[in-house]
Design a protein around this ligand. Sequence first.
Ligand code: FE2
Ligand code: FE2
Length: 152
Amino acid sequence: MAIIWTRELCTEIDEIDQQHERLVDYINQLEGAIKQQNRALVGQVLDELVDYTLSHFAFEESLLEEAGYKLTKPHKAVHEMFVKRVAKYQDKHNDGENIAEQLLGMLGTWLIHHIKRDDMAYVAEVRGSICAIVEDRKEGNWLSRSLGQFFR
Ligand SMILES: [Fe+2]
Ligand SMILES: [Fe+2]
């Protein structure tokens, strides 16, 4: 079942919400590719999803560091574990195993859980600094630098 974007997933940090929404989009695209039984497309969406996830994590971690969030390190560790888990699935897919359905279930559950629990936790704690960082729209500010650095 497709993931529906709801208010519950909204951090109200625009850049983060846009990125999360795009991740949800990729997961839904993956579901579409599985339904079509299009193995090549599954592989392609999976590659794009992994790529985008890495960019999002790097951006988010950099934001947390910039904001001085005290749980940045454990948050990074959670991201890292997830990346490893997905890489294992990706290897299996590339080896010809049929893991797409299983992966899809894991991705949906993980992402929703992570946003609602771990990501929401930093929003509550560092909202003030994040607002200042995000609202600083001057050229060469942290936000434009980081978006340019992490997203192609
Ligand atoms: Fe996160
Ligand atoms: Fe996130």
